[in-house]
Design a protein around this ligand. Structure first.
Ligand code: 5GP
Length: 214
């Protein structure tokens, strides 16, 4: 089985970043693709770990050089997934977990069609608002922009493979983890499945022939 990308999207405040962090702690077969962004670091965020924090010029130059598997403007800032980040994690034999927005996800699957798309739904608008307001860095204007994007994100749910309602963090992490386990066994991902089945078919045919001869 080859490792595959797992995309988590949700409206801002949906809880996907927390789910991603927990999954990474629990599963050694999952790695994280660190995105680039032009937004400023929030307190506690580390360059190269949470994001690569780039200037607009650096971001545009990297895009010009074709370094991104996808890039998009989210809440008025630029974000992008570096091809080399994705290849680094896949090359280490791990599924690559990404926390990207819906426009980015749609571009990304064109470059990596074997990706699994998971949409994380907040259980209610109340919960979403509470989570958003808890981010002290959000100004009123930033909050308004995020609520607007939340609407657009919800409308894109039709292009996702799975939906996980995040009303209980522990449970949501378990569900995403089960999705990864199930996807490992998806027929198209099982290496050598055609040859394996052909061998069984050949052997069974010989058994049937033997019996019809007797
Ligand atoms: P935040 O600024 O709160 O960390 O993230 C804001 C939004 O940008 C989230 O919806 C997050 O999923 C999205 N995002 C983070 N990294 C990327 C990326 O590399 N590409 C795209 N398209 N969106 C991203």
């Amino acid at each position: 089985m080859s490792p595959f990308p797992v995309i988590l999207s949700s409206p801002s405040g949906g809880g996907k970043t927390t789910i991603a962090k927990q999954l990474l702690q629990r599963r050694s077969d999952v790695g994280y693709s660190v995105s680039c962004t032009t937004r400023l670091p929030r307190s506690g965020e580390v360059d190269g770990k949470d994001y690569y924090f780039l200037s607009i010029g650096e971001m545009l130059a990297a895009r010009e050089r074709g370094e991104f598997a996808e890039s998009a403007e989210v809440h008025g800032k630029m974000y992008g997934t570096l091809r080399r980040e994705v290849e680094r994690v896949l090359g280490a034999g791990k599924h690559v977990l990404m926390d990207i927005d819906v426009q980015g996800a749609q571009q990304f699957v064109k470059a990596f069609p074997r990706s699994v798309l998971v949409f994380v739904l907040p259980p209610s608008v109340n919960v979403l608002m509470t989570r958003l307001k808890a981010r002290k860095s959000e100004t009123n204007e930033a909050l308004r922009v995020r609520l607007h994007s939340a609407l657009n994100e919800l409308r894109a749910i039709g292009s996702y493979d799975y939906v996980v309602v995040n009303d209980n963090l522990e449970r949501a992490v378990e569900v995403v983890s089960s999705i990864i386990d199930a996807e490992v066994h998806r027929r198209e991902r099982v290496d050598g499945i055609d040859e394996q089945v052909q061998e069984l078919v050949d052997e069974l045919t010989r058994e049937i022939d033997k019996r019809s001869e007797g």
